[in-house]
Ligand binder design. Structure first.
Ligand SMILES: [Zn+2]
Length: 228
């Protein structure tokens, strides 16, 4: 009887699929994109291209209010499904962006091993996996984080350079020559981590572009001259 009732349930779900719940609030029914209308409105989505430290990047919403709390839920409360839904959003946006048609590789920003153990997952890798689900691009696993990049503000120039120096290392088999590499992370604030990774990719023949779910408005202006 047990087997029979499982069959009945499977059949029922086949013909009457359960309504998907919003990946953000887990309360209201989701639209096709995986989130409800209320959460979409609260995010203030606006796809933008900007340049920071000389490298272009795209982002989806401001890192404030609801968007900021979503990122916190993802990273510090293990709300995995938030990353899944944001990844789908980013993948759909990338698919529609003509300037990103040339992208060869997704490069999720790696976490240092200590941070990865602490968090249990890398939010950038989670985003990349779900971007790939809707926008078919291979994911690069050939970059490792050797140390955390600390906030740069307030550090003297020599300390800034030391801080960025060798934050990332390439693993055997890495080949970025001539490839357009889309660096993926959840949020861009000062852009130091983005810059450090973009520079490594560029030094190894790649053409880096950034992709972030959220952006800090204060760093939104062109700071291309501020190469450290
Ligand atoms: Zn919702």
């Amino acid at each position: 009887m047990q087997v029979l009732s499982e069959w009945a349930r499977a059949l029922e779900e086949l013909f009457f699929p359960p309504e998907l719940t919003c990946g953000f609030c887990r309360e209201r029914p989701a639209l096709d994109v995986g989130a409800c209308r209320g959460c979409l409105d609260a995010l203030h989505i606006r796809w933008e291209k900007r340049v920071l430290h000389g490298y272009p990047y795209f982002s989806l919403f401001p890192y404030q209010g609801f968007g900021r709390s979503l990122i916190h839920n993802l990273k510090f409360q293990g709300r995995y499904e938030v990353g899944v839904t944001l990844g789908v959003f980013l993948g759909l946006a990338c698919r529609e962006e003509p300037e990103l048609a040339k992208v060869d590789l997704l490069v999720p920003v790696p976490l240092a091993p200590g941070r990865l153990r602490e968090r249990g997952f890398n939010q950038a890798a989670l985003l990349a996996d779900n971007i790939k689900g809707v926008w078919k691009r291979p994911i690069c696993h050939h970059v490792a984080r050797t140390r955390e990049t600390k906030p740069q503000s307030g550090l003297p120039l020599t300390a800034r350079k030391r801080n960025l120096h060798r934050a990332f290392a390439l693993l055997p088999g890495a080949d970025f020559r001539g490839k357009c590499c889309l660096i993926v992370d959840d949020v861009i604030t000062s852009g130091q981590t983005f810059y450090a990774l973009a520079r490594v990719l560029e030094q190894n023949g790649g053409r880096p572009v950034g992709l972030f779910a959220a952006r800090t408005e204060a760093f939104g202006s062109e700071l291309g001259a501020e190469k450290l």
